[in-house]
Write a protein that binds this ligand. Structure first.
Ligand SMILES: Cc1cc2nc3c(=O)[nH]c(=O)nc-3n(C[C@H](O)[C@H](O)[C@H](O)COP(=O)(O)OP(=O)(O)OC[C@H]3O[C@@H](n4cnc5c(N)ncnc54)[C@H](O)[C@@H]3O)c2cc1C
Ligand SMILES: NC(=O)C1=CN([C@@H]2O[C@H](COP(=O)(O)OP(=O)(O)OC[C@H]3O[C@@H](n4cnc5c(N)ncnc54)[C@H](OP(=O)(O)O)[C@@H]3O)[C@@H](O)[C@H]2O)C=CC1
Ligand SMILES: Nc1ccccc1C(=O)C[C@H](N)C(=O)O
Length: 485
């Protein structure tokens, strides 16, 4: 008999998991607390979080590993961004490329991505039950309890394998804590964000045009806070202001907000317009930023948490979703490696040793990667809002560029074709910039990225100190010689 996998959450991570497990032969059902976001009457629900997001190599590689055609279809809807455009206070703009070989990150509409993934589930005849909120789970009896929003009734859903992809406030995770000794850490950072829309401009021929270069992710770094903007297909930009709550609290009215905004971002004020700024300030939510670390991610042979449910991170590296999709690729490889058989029948209290091993291996091998990217994401905030403006940062980018020169470039198509059967390869020799490894090298695990970056930093420190000592030695010897003469 084919065993049943129940996925909780139909966000991008839940959808990709459903596709991967269905392809592997499981009977799959997906449950989500929300209504179907594809229906016109529910569209507003899908607009709660960022309008667009940046998808890059790790996310694309994961989509490709599950189904190359899906990743091809998604890539048709993205806008490539080849670098950061840094906007200074005096209105100047400077482009900083993301990668020496011209690789890009890609702006994608969040709602469209999620809707397309749901359509993939429909095409694969996977059951999706909307308006079903998980309220309890008995992982020993293998039964999930859902509350049906439509009539308020409660139903019990039996499962063989449960995947929790139910986001940062995961109920699967909280139920998992009742049966495992889970270490858990949740932290709200002192910053929050609000989204502001940069509309398209209408040119002299009546056509809509972008107001900023769509080939860049725009950043207005202001040290303790920053504004960013990512392009949309309709020629608008979604701009996000990240700032400490203490800064936001000083701005009591829309007028105060606009005066402050004009002072900090005069050029952005012009393209957004004061009236729209006031409206967005009044109507758009100011949302908190959270990061979550947990361990382990599984229980026996029957439940695992993936995506934000396992590791919500601050959005500053643009990696949260990429990492969540990568979780699915890693799990898929481990299920195949351990020869998990979805048709194998398990009776009563029996444990499926292969599935248990695969989940154990997932927890053991993935934890360091997830901690590494959560920490790197936090560090990238400092880089984006402050370091990008400093001469030392520019010098470091130049040094990285020079030192990477001899390192072999592996085209993305070659990389992803190798990734269907392995989790990660060994870090390659040669110099690679941290940003390149995090964003464009899905063959290197996040933990290995961090280790290699630390090794490279130590080498540079040694080189700089040796250079300084050598200079000091030579000048001292020269001075002594001169004094003797
Ligand atoms: C401002 C911002 C910008 C971001 N930008 C980027 C970016 O550029 N690039 C990037 O890679 N990542 C980005 N992220 C992170 C990204 O949004 C998340 O990592 C991603 O949405 C996680 O996907 P998920 O499928 O795990 O969870 P979600 O998208 O949160 O989906 C969870 C699903 O579970 C459902 N659910 C929740 N509770 C229950 C329940 N009890 N019962 C049933 N269903 C339930 C929800 O309704 C939802 O549909 C950003 C995040 C923020 C906040
Ligand atoms: N890393 C980060 O900083 C952030 C990441 N995100 C990601 O974006 C995803 C989608 O966000 P969005 O659609 O706006 O979802 P929400 O943040 O609105 O939350 C989704 C569900 O979680 C529950 N929830 C919300 N806030 C809390 C809380 N403080 N404590 C307990 N439960 C809570 C709500 O359940 P109920 O209906 O029962 O109230 C809600 O239905 C999140 O799930 C998360 O994965 C979101 C915010 C920040
Ligand atoms: N998508 C985001 C959302 C919020 C904050 C940053 C991003 C980024 O993608 C930043 C990009 N990786 C950068 O380093 O320039």
């Amino acid at each position: 008999m084919v065993r049943k996998a129940v996925i909780v959450g139909s966000g991008p991570v839940g959808c990709l998991t459903a596709l991967a497990l269905s392809k592997a032969g499981w009977s799959v059902a997906v449950y989500d607390a929300r209504a179907d976001i594809r229906l016109p009457e529910n569209k507003s629900q899908s607009l709660q979080r960022s309008i667009n997001l940046a998808i890059s190599s790790r996310g694309i590689a994961a989509l490709h590993a599950v189904d190359p055609l899906i990743s091809k279809r998604f890539m048709k809807t993205v806008i490539p961004m080849r670098g950061r455009m840094i906007h200074t206070t005096n209105g100047a703009a400077e482009s900083q490329l993301y990668d020496l070989n011209g690789q890009c990150i890609n702006s994608i509409d969040r709602a469209l991505l999620n809707e397309d993934m749901l359509n993939e589930l429909t095409a694969a005849s996977i059951e999706v039950h909307f308006d079903h909120k998980l309220v309890a789970a008995d992982f020993n009896k293998k039964v999930l309890t859902f509350n049906k929003k439509t009539d308020g009734t409660t139903i019990g859903v039996p499962f063989d394998f449960c995947v929790g992809a139910d986001g940062s406030y995961s109920t699967v995770r909280s139920q998992l804590m009742r049966v495992t000794r889970m270490d858990y850490q949740q932290e709200y950072i002192p910053h929050e964000y609000i989204e502001l829309r940069v509309p398209a401009r209408v040119d002299e021929n009546g056509n809509e045009q972008f107001q900023l270069d769509p080939g860049h992710l725009h950043i207005w770094p202001r040290h303790s806070f920053m504004l960013i903007a990512l392009p949309n297909q309709d020629k608008s930009f979604t701009s996000t202001l990240f700032a400490p709550t203490s800064e936001f609290s000083k701005l009591k009215s829309p007028d105060e907000f606009v005066s402050w905004f004009r002072l900090q971002f005069p050029d952005a004020t012009e393209i957004i317009g004061e009236a729209r700024l006031k409206q967005d300030f009044l109507h758009n939510p100011r949302s908190p930023l959270i990061h979550i670390k947990a361990h382990p991610y599984h229980y026996k042979d029957r439940v695992i948490i993936l995506g934000d449910a396992a590791h919500a991170m601050v959005p500053f590296y643009g990696q949260g979703l990429n990492c969540g999709l990568e979780d699915v690729r890693v799990l898929d490889v481990l299920l195949r490696k351990n020869e998990v058989d979805p048709v194998h029948s398990i009776s009563g209290g029996e444990i499926d040793g292969r599935l248990a091993n695969a989940l154990q291996e997932y927890t053991e091998t993935r934890h360091d990667d997830l901690i590494a990217i959560c920490d790197l994401a936090m560090a990238n905030y400092e880089e984006m809002r402050h370091s990008v403006t400093t001469p030392l940062y520019r010098l470091r980018k130049m040094v990285d560029g020079l030192l990477s020169y001899g390192t072999r470039f592996i085209p993305f198509q070659t990389l992803i074709s190798q990734l269907t059967s392995t989790t990660f390869s060994r870090a390659p020799s040669g110099w690679l910039a941290l940003y390149t490894m995090v964003t464009f090298r899905p063959d290197i695990s996040y933990a290995e990225v961090r280790r290699k970056a630390e090794r490279q930093n130590r080498l540079l420190d040694v080189a700089v100190w040796s250079g300084l000592l050598a200079t000091a030695y030579v000048s001292t010897v020269a001075t002594l010689k001169w004094l003797k003469t």
